[in-house]
Design a protein. Structure first.
Length: 153
C-alpha cells in the first residue's frame, strides 16, 4: 500500500527521485536535459503551492515514486515529473500515483489535467490513454514529447 506525502520538489526524498527520473530520461533520449532552456519548466516555483504540488509515494517507509501538478496559463493543470523507481515498476504504482495526482489537482480546484510523454515511453502513453487521457495538440511546447493528453477531472 502506498502512502503519499507532499514534499517540495527540491527537498529530500523528492530531489533524489527527480534526479533519478532525469537520469532515466537522459538515457532514453540521448542526454536530454529536462531543465534545459527549451523544456517546459517544472521546478519548485511551478510545483509548489498555491497553484501546484509535488508528492512522494512511500511503500513500507521507502520512497518509490513521485510526481507533481503545475498550473497552466489557461487555468488547467499539467501533471509533471511522474517517476517510479525500477524496483517498484510493473505493480500498478504508476496508476496509483496518477490517480493521487488527479485527486490533488481536483483539491487545488482544477477541472482539466494535461500531460505529455515521449516516443520512447509507449507504456506510459498506454497507461495515460487507459486512464482517460485523450490526444490533444502540443500545449506546452515540449520539443521531445510525441503524445499530449487531456482529461476532465
Amino acid at each position: 500500500m502506498l502512502e503519499f506525502r507532499r514534499c517540495p520538489v527540491d527537498e529530500e526524498p523528492a530531489a533524489s527521485l527527480v534526479r533519478a527520473m532525469s537520469a532515466d530520461i537522459a538515457a532514453l533520449y540521448d542526454g536530454l536535459d529536462l531543465a534545459g532552456p527549451d523544456m517546459p519548466k517544472a521546478g519548485p516555483d511551478e510545483l509548489g503551492l498555491p497553484g501546484g504540488t509535488f508528492v512522494v509515494g512511500f511503500e513500507d517507509g521507502v520512497a518509490v515514486c513521485c510526481g507533481g501538478v503545475k498550473r497552466l496559463p489557461d487555468g488547467a493543470c499539467e501533471i509533471k515529473r511522474m517517476f517510479v523507481v525500477p524496483d517498484a515498476r510493473g505493480r500498478g504504482v504508476a496508476r496509483t500515483l496518477l490517480a493521487e495526482l488527479e485527486r490533488r489537482a481536483r483539491e487545488l480546484g482544477y477541472a482539466v489535467a494535461r500531460l505529455d510523454t515521449g516516443p520512447r515511453q509507449t507504456r506510459a502513453q498506454r497507461m495515460y490513454e487507459r486512464a482517460g487521457y485523450v490526444a490533444i495538440e502540443n500545449f506546452n511546447a515540449n520539443p521531445v514529447a510525441s503524445f499530449f493528453g487531456e482529461k476532465r477531472l
